[in-house]
Design a binder for this molecule. Structure first.
Ligand code: ADP
Ligand code: MG
Length: 346
């Protein structure tokens, strides 16, 4: 889905022409970027800090649907989901590389829109685009982003270091991206059946944005640093709260109690889930793509975290034999599974 109606063929530019066209106005912002685009490799110097590196690949038809995803949003999101992994290590993101595979159905204008989103994300999060690769694809669009960042060794937050008694915290609210996706999928079906009907997303901006334009939580990492809180463990929520808390507990060899009434839900997420006959709690547990941070802190840090807007304490870490449990609003204890669906329906 691209907005510009002109269609310049990419073939007419050639690979090098295209790369140059997309990257010639880059200015480097980070002092650690010693060499960006233009040589065989980028050169980065973190001067004694540990480098953090993470990659994600997005495939058309698997991870995104261009029927309702504007390319600018797609570019923005593909950078955000990668930066999120650096923040989930309690690090600072500084560079990205972007590799794309493009089929002949995409004119230059479409790729320009994709890069507008990529540059907007880089600008807003203060990261440099320092390289990538460009190839043609038989079918569909492929985007792979690698994010690079740094942290002091003592600040890095792993998944396997949660301790018994730690408080479990989550940023923002959950389930919105999944409910937003349900809405977009529904409107797509309506459109396929009758192309004269315009999508009805009125009043649903928040959850549609949660799906199409997520924001990685750099602000949370900065706030934690300001409050001198080091998370004892941290992960970002790409696959849903259930799956992520299980990663922390399994890797830390611990159990947990999560309280359903503490899970943060936006009212629009709640209402729209209900419209779709979905349990809002299940959307938070198993929906995914919220890109919030899930982390554990020492109990001693509770007084500090209490003051933080946008952080909810949703439970605590227990000994491993207690298992991983969700305590529902009515006080029933359920074992948390990665696909929370069946467990909570029964
Ligand atoms: P190589 O032959 O070494 O792979 P390329 O000709 O593919 O080099 O790339 C030339 C320069 O442009 C490199 O610095 C590379 O990182 C960068 N680059 C290539 N494709 C992209 C892209 N899609 N986005 C950003 N930078 C790119
Ligand atoms: Mg190359």
């Amino acid at each position: 889905m691209f907005e510009n109606s002109e269609r310049t063929s990419i073939e007419s530019l050639g690979e090098f022409g295209l790369i140059d066209h997309l990257t010639n106005m880059i200015t480097i912002k980070q002092p650690s970027t010693k060499k960006g685009i233009g040589d065989d490799a980028a050169v980065i110097d973190f001067e004694g800090k540990k480098a953090l590196i993470s990659t994600d690949m997005l495939l058309e038809g698997i991870h995104f649907d261009l029927a309702y995803t504007p390319l600018k949003h797609l570019g923005y999101k593909s950078v955000q989901v990668n930066l999120s992994d650096i923040y989930a290590m309690n690090g600072i993101a500084t560079q990205v590389t972007v590799s794309i595979g493009i089929s002949s159905k995409f004119p230059l204008e479409a790729i320009e829109e994709l890069y507008e989103g990529i540059y907007l994300a880089c600008e807003k999060y203060n990261v440099d685009l320092v390289g990538g690769d460009t190839t043609s694809s038989r079918q569909g669009l492929v985007i792979s982003v690698t994010s690079i960042g740094y942290a002091d060794e003592k600040d890095i937050a792993y998944r396997n270091t949660a301790r018994e008694g730690d408080l479990i915290c989550v940023s923002g609210d959950l389930g919105g991206a999944y409910v937003g996706l349900q809405l977009l999928e529904r409107e797509k079906l309506v459109y396929i059946e009758n192309p004269n009907i315009q999508p009805d997303l009125e009043g649903k901006d928040y959850i549609v944005e949660r799906q199409l334009k997520p924001e990685a939580r750099k602000d949370i990492v900065e706030m934690l640093k300001d409050l001198k809180i080091k998370p004892t463990a941290m992960i970002d929520i790409s696959d849903g709260l259930a799956s992520e808390i299980l990663h922390i507990c399994k890797q830390s060899n611990k159990g947990c109690n999560i309280y359903e009434d503490k899970i943060p839900l936006d009212p629009m997420t709640y209402e729209t889930a209900r419209e779709f006959n979905l349990d809002p709690t299940v959307c938070a547990l198993s929906g995914g793509e919220d890109y919030e941070l899930l982390f554990t802190i020492k109990q001693a840090d509770y007084e500090k975290i209490k003051l933080m807007m946008d952080i909810s304490v949703i439970g605590h870490i227990t000994e491993p034999s207690a298992g991983c449990n969700l305590i529902t609003k009515s006080g029933v204890v359920h074992t948390i599974t990665a696909q929370g669906w069946n467990a909570f329906k029964s």
